[in-house]
Design a protein around this ligand. Structure first.
Ligand code: PMP
Length: 423
């Protein structure tokens, strides 16, 4: 058996089944939102006990909170190995961070057709109001050919940015970020990496891989909802108008009586795009999560997840009618995500069966990646099991057992049905 690697909040919670039995809840929906690490919850509790508004007051508490908030930026920068002069902007999440990126980017943007909507719709929304185009490139069936397709696209016409996911939220497949960055840079483009599904599972180095912008959400990194981050080069951020106008983003404001207008000098750096009282507790919780994962070590995290993923893949493979979702024939690495369909079963029906009969939480649907589900041949959706640090082999085994039971039942009713028809 494989034990959970870390304590998460809510582990051991009991849920009722339709049979009336009560079982331990098996949370296999980490890719949607990972439960908070117990260490993170403790850090948040501690921050709740003592905070004040940042960047505003001379009082002790305000100064301490400001220092902790600014230190959180450094913790995040270190966690993703950002450059010393990169800005670390706290946002509401990945979606918000990519909308910020869309706000500061001038020129064409190239994406793949396997992206989460968060890395597609901000660019297409911006296209409607501006002159720069969104160019969606069809991912090939191999990573090699996909890199070649991006190379051809970027060579054919200049683009400002290549925006790609580091790990698919549907299949878990990991993309080679360093090679993608090299393709972008070869053609004078920058790269933005949607690391929402990667940062909890693999170490990231923006410096080593040449990543210009990196975004992720706290709630997929064992921290609570409501905070995320964009780390990246300052020049585009400083050249753009503030993403959100208001107090905190402005260095000085004067009202010109003659023109009856406000004359504003905006801050440079992260503050320029963080108007209003920021989500300090969100930022501190992300920093706490970065510290917890670093302390656990990505070697241990990788070993734990690889063992569970092998067990899950083997299990799914052994059940009749289960078909795994994959984009690439040559992908060698996946995070703890398994997207699949079961022949003859609607995804929702399957997810409800797993919940009602076995107390297992999985996600079903189109995972905010409609183009990807369509190209995989499942326009009506699929099921996704995903896991992380609080998962043990028992959770995986329960999923496989439940699917096996369902397949057996289907087989029996098929036999009963055909003998009935014969008789
Ligand atoms: N990108 C990817 C790859 C994701 O999996 C998600 C969340 N499902 C997002 C972006 C959006 O993240 P958020 O909802 O936290 O903004």
């Amino acid at each position: 058996p494989i034990a959970p690697l870390a304590e998460v909040v809510g582990a051991g919670e009991k849920v009722p089944l339709s049979s009336g039995d009560v079982v331990r809840y098996a949370n296999l929906d980490y890719a949607a939102s990972a439960p908070a690490l117990a260490d993170v919850a403790r850090a948040v509790q501690c921050s709740l006990g003592q905070y004040a508004s940042v960047h505003r007051g001379a009082g002790h508490l305000s100064q301490v909170t400001t220092a902790r908030y600014e230190a959180a930026r450094e913790t995040v920068r270190e966690f993703v190995r950002g450059r010393v002069d990169d800005a670390v902007v706290f946002t509401r999440g990945t979606t918000d961070a990519i909308n910020l990126a869309a706000h500061i980017t001038r020129g064409d943007v190239v994406v793949l057709d396997i992206e989460h909507h968060a890395n597609l719709l901000p660019w297409s929304a911006r296209e409607r109001t501006g002159s720069s185009r969104l160019r969606v490139v069809r991912a090939a069936t191999t990573i090699e050919d996909t890199l070649a397709a991006l190379d051809t696209e970027l060579a054919s016409s200049p683009a400002a940015l290549l925006a790609v996911t580091a790990a698919s939220n549907v299949t878990g497949e990991v993309l080679p970020v360093g090679r993608l960055a090299a393709v972008a840079h070869r053609h004078g483009a920058r790269i933005l990496v949607d690391a929402a599904q990667l940062v909890a599972h693999r170490p990231v180095s923006m410096v080593t891989h040449g990543v210009d912008y990196l975004v992720f959400s706290g709630h997929k990194l064992y921290a609570p909802f409501g905070a995320g981050v964009l780390v990246g080069r300052s020049d585009w951020l400083d050249a753009a108008e503030p993403y959100l106008a208001g107090g905190g983003a402005s260095a000085s404001v004067a009202v010109d009586d003659a023109t009856q207008s406000a004359d504003v000098t905006w801050h440079r750096g992260a503050a320029r795009h963080e108007a209003g009282s920021p989500n300090v507790l969100g930022a501190l919780s992300i920093a706490a999560a970065c510290e917890s994962l670093t302390a656990l070590g990505f070697d241990a995290i990788g070993l734990h997840e690889t063992a569970l993923l092998a067990r899950l893949d083997r299990g799914l493979d052994s059940v009749d009618g289960v078909e795994p979702l994959r984009v690439f024939d040559d992908s060698t690495e996946r995070v703890g995500i398994a997207g699949f369909v079961v022949a003859g079963r609607a995804p929702r029906e399957l997810a409800e069966f797993l919940s009602d009969r076995a107390g297992i939480g999985v996600r079903d649907g189109k995972f905010c990646a409609h183009p990807l589900l369509r190209r995989l041949g499942f326009p009506n959706g699929a099921v996704r099991a995903s896991f992380g640090l609080g998962t043990g082999s028992d959770d995986i085994d329960r999923l496989v057992d439940a699917l096996r039971q369902l397949a057996l039942r289907d087989a029996r009713s098929f036999v009963a049905g055909s003998s009935g028809a014969g008789g």
